[in-house]
Design a binder for this molecule. Sequence first.
Ligand code: URA
Length: 197
Amino acid sequence: MSMEGLDVTACERCPELCESRSRIVNGVGPDDADLLFVGEAPGANEDEQGEPFVGRSGTVLDDALRDVGLARRDVRITNCVRCRPPENRDPTTEELENCREYLDAEIQRLDPELVVTLGKVPSEHLLGRSVAVTTEAGQVFDARVGDASYRLLVCVHPAATLYDRSQESTFTETIAQAAELAGVGDSESGQSRLGDY
Ligand code: URA
């Protein structure tokens, strides 16, 4: 493997993912962001464009961020696994572990005010236990990464709002809560919205 800053530029740890990916999809956003969103793994759009959350889920996330006065460039967005699994299957435990070093390095370097896990896979991966996402959404826990502890907010995956409308308010409320807990967006001064005009 090789890395440039926070970007993994070459990695052969997961034989199946090396076959299924077109490219490695690294995290995007400032490397000192207060708010870090962690998803599961790249899908087809992300694999094609080389950026996390650029498909329909990304639009849902961008819209919810905009509602609280944040733009995508104000936050950092990454995934537990950086290569697209075949047929969008969930990453295996082994693949999650293979990629863990990169995620931990990203969290430690950012040292964010808050980590927001989008869906079951990242929530369970970072909390190290099973998580009932729909009931635990909006709850804050401590997640240990190396020697440090980070505040982690559980959130439903943005895609959940697309097939279950009742998840929409849970999602948008959790994003608003995230901005407030991290002290960014409208909850701070509203300034970041000015940059959009
Ligand atoms: N879903 C994820 O979990 N991550 C992405 O980057 C896109 C969709």
